[in-house]
Write a protein that binds this ligand. Structure first.
Ligand code: 4NP
Length: 163
């Protein structure tokens, strides 16, 4: 790996359901592999309704059932400077991506894409918003996030060895 940390930002609408789930899952995967000083992780929302709030209790409970801790996370809103601070800006759905594309500065040379671009053997391209649905929506988010997190880590490690 290069000496510069790789910086990853997960983005959804509210930063209380999907992107904190991705944050917590990817963080644990990175820590388990001893890569936490080489890969920096954050999450945020395109909206401002939940700034300062912890993860939605249903998201936190579903994550905890699989051994992921989201309790340290607090919502924040994306800012233009995030494009200077992160190498990967990963959107949960197409609307998040469109909102980020509108903010993207011309000089940004990192990756701005859908998070599920890194998932394998999944027909879905977007992580569906579970906020107004039932409990099983949060488990589906976790399934997609675990899959894409594994692919993202492979991409980062592979990209690094190629440097
Ligand atoms: P998230 O879910 O974008 O996955 O954090 C949502 C949370 C809150 C709202 C929408 C989506 N909301 O409209 O308040």
């Amino acid at each position: 790996m290069s000496n510069q940390p790789v910086r990853v930002l997960f983005v959804c609408l509210g930063n209380i359901c999907r992107s904190p789930t991705a944050h917590g899952v990817f963080e644990q995967m990175v820590r388990e592999r001893g890569l936490h000083e080489r890969i920096e992780i954050d999450s945020c929302g395109t909206g401002d309704w939940h700034i300062g709030h912890p993860a939605d209790r249903r998201a936190a409970a579903a994550a905890a059932r699989r051994g992921y801790d989201l309790s340290h996370l607090r919502a924040r809103q994306v800012i233009p400077a995030d494009f200077d601070a992160f190498d990967y800006v990963l959107a949960m759905d197409a609307q998040n991506l469109a909102d980020l594309e509108a903010m993207r500065p011309a000089h940004f040379d990192g990756v701005l894409s859908l998070f599920l671009d890194f998932a394998q053997q999944v027909a879905e391209r977007e992580v569906p918003d579970p906020y107004y649905g039932g409990e099983d929506g949060f488990d589906h988010v976790l399934d997609l996030v675990e899959n894409a997190s594994a692919g993202l880590l492979r991409e980062i490690l592979g990209a690094d060895t190629a440097r």
